[in-house]
Structures are given as C-alpha cells and as structure tokens.
Design a protein around this ligand. Structure first.
Ligand code: NAP
Length: 280
C-alpha cells in the first residue's frame, strides 16, 4: 500500500513579509527541476517568532528563510555555522537529524555573484565598502573569508563602521565618508551596501572616474536594477555585479538544503524576476 507523504515545503518568515521575490525564485526552481514541493510566505510578528521557529517541523516545514526583523533571533534559536555567527544574523534554517541549523547565505550570494559576473575580482588588494549595516556585515565577512587584505569600511555614522571593524580585526579600516575620494584610486573593488541609489532614497554621489581601470563595482541595491552607480561604472568600462545577481545567488543554498538539488541562477530566472521588479 502506498504511504502518502507530504511534499517538502519551506517558507519565508518575516514581518512584514509581503513583496519578497523569494517565492517567485523557489517556485521557478521547483517547477523547472520537476520537484514536488512548496514555498510559502509566513507573516510572523516578533512576539510569535520563537514559538513559530521552535515548532517549524511540526508546522510541516523542512526549513525557512528568515528576513527582517527576525535574523538575529533566528541565530540565537538555532545552531549557526561560522558564516551566520560571523555575520551575527541567520537568514536560512534547515534540519540535520532533527537539529535546527542556520547559515547566512548573503555571504555566498555576494561572493558567488562577483565570481559569476566579474571573474578575477579577488585580485583586488584593497576594497572600499560603503555602509555598515546588516548587508555590510555579510559583505565584509565574505571579503575577508576570500582573502582580501584591506577593506575600507566607509559609513555616514563612522562609529557604526568602527564597531563593525572591531569585530572583524585588522583587515577592516573604519573610514569617514569625506575620505572616499582619496581611497578610490587604490580600490580594486567598490561595493555599495547602503540604501543610497534605491528608488525613493537619496542618490549615491560618488565619482567612479577616480577608480583604477581594472576596478570592479558592485551594488547591492536592485530597485532599480541598473542603479546610477552601475550605469556610471559601465559607461567607464568597469566590470560590475548587480544586486539582483546577489539575490538570486543567495537563494541557491537554501533550495539545495531543503529540496536536495542545487539549482542554477539562470538567465531565464533572472528575466522572470526582472519582469516582476519592473512592476514596482
Ligand atoms: P541597514 O542595516 O539599515 O543599513 C543601511 C546602511 O545605509 C547604513 O550603513 C546607513 O548608514 C546607510 N545609509 C542609509 N541612508 C543613508 C544616507 N542618506 N546617507 C548615507 N548613508 C545612508 O540596511 P541593510 O540591511 O544593510 O541593507 C542595505 C541595502 O542593501 C538595502 O538597499 C537592501 O535592499 C540591500 N540588500 C540587498 C541584498 C541583495 O541580495 N541584493 C541583500 C541585503 C541587502 P548609517 O549607519 O549612517 O545610518
């Protein structure tokens, strides 16, 4: 007699959780890989998060993505790997022999996207990272893990850059915004992790003309897709890596952990998400 088994289902837990592109990405992979499974959005307020996560499997989930404002709590409620610990936040949960594990896939999303779009980027001796928020932590962790020797961390609130640098050691140099111009001529990599340049936010005013000709420019902002920073870098002939690429690459690992197959960030998937982003 056949035993009915529920197909594996993962979810995104956030508050609010609407507007995420994660369901579009995971449903595309489930469909194209022929996997029977699901991915839902679960809007869970902060006061309900611990109870929800501690009973994730009894709710029928094989794992989850976690987004704002739950990423730090997710870390505390699970067994984190080195990346989640290093970043201080977890965005992906899954089970190993009944134990809830966590990681932070923004690190590999950022690094794998650079590898895919600008191979050789890691020849950069010095990187300039703009911003010192949650996304910057994943970027800095990834750059150090990859062996970048000097990371200049530039932030409007320089104390926040100092605090972050203090957790990462000597390779990270906290820097005031006024010093960016002096740093750019030596930077092999420039990364924007601030929200500047995003729809509805002030523009990012930076002169990419100061960068060396071999520099690579990455922007985490993906609405709009081609930010003014990436447009200016492209016009100068510099290699670029965009925020949508990072978003797609960060989703790969979760899918693999929950559904057992490693998916690809294909041009077709990119086009699908791009079309959705233009609805904004
Ligand atoms: P966050 O923790 O709130 O940090 C925001 C950063 O932007 C801080 O460094 C903040 O500086 C800076 N900032 C904000 N407004 C500014 C202004 N007017 N002038 C100068 N600096 C300003 O946010 P986050 O989670 O790191 O996210 C940052 C961006 O990355 C967002 O656009 C997000 O959508 C994007 N992101 C993309 C991906 C992806 O997969 N592509 C993943 C994660 C995040 P202060 O410290 O001085 O306030």
């Amino acid at each position: 007699m056949a035993v009915a088994t529920k197909s594996p289902t993962a979810c995104l837990i956030g508050w609010p959780a609407a507007h995420s592109r994660s369901p579009l990405i995971h449903h595309y992979w489930l469909r194209t890989l022929g996997i029977e499974g699901g991915y839902s959005i679960e809007a869970v307020p902060p006061e309900g998060f611990a109870e929800f996560v501690l009973h994730l499997s009894t709710r029928g989930f094989v794992g989850a993505n976690v987004t704002i404002p739950h990423k730090e709590r997710a870390l505390a409620l699970s067994s984190p790997d080195a990346r989640a610990r290093g970043v201080g936040a977890a965005n992906t949960l899954w089970y190993v022999n009944g134990e809830l594990r966590s990681t932070n896939t923004d690190v590999e999303g950022f690094i794998n996207n650079l590898d895919a779009s600008s191979p050789g980027w890691d020849a950069a001796g010095e990187a300039v990272v703009l911003g010192a928020g949650g996304a910057a932590r994943a970027v800095v962790f990834g750059l150090i893990e990859r062996g970048i020797k000097h990371v200049h961390l530039v932030n409007r609130t320089v104390d926040r850059a100092r605090a972050l640098a203090g957790q990462f050691g000597e390779a990270v140099h906290p820097t005031a915004w006024a010093s960016v111009g002096a740093l750019l001529p030596r930077a092999g990599l420039l990364v924007n992790t601030t929200s500047l340049g995003m729809h509805g936010q002030p523009p990012l005013e930076i002169d990419v003309g100061l960068l060396p000709a071999a520099a690579v420019v990455a922007d985490l902002v993906y609405v709009p897709l081609r930010t003014p920073l990436l447009t200016a870098a492209g016009a100068r002939g510099l290699k670029t890596a965009d925020g949508l690429g990072m978003l797609l690459h960060q989703a790969v690992r979760g899918f693999e952990l929950w559904f057992g197959q490693r998916p690809q960030a294909t041009p077709e998937l990119r086009a699908l998400v791009e079309a959705d982003l233009t609805k904004v």
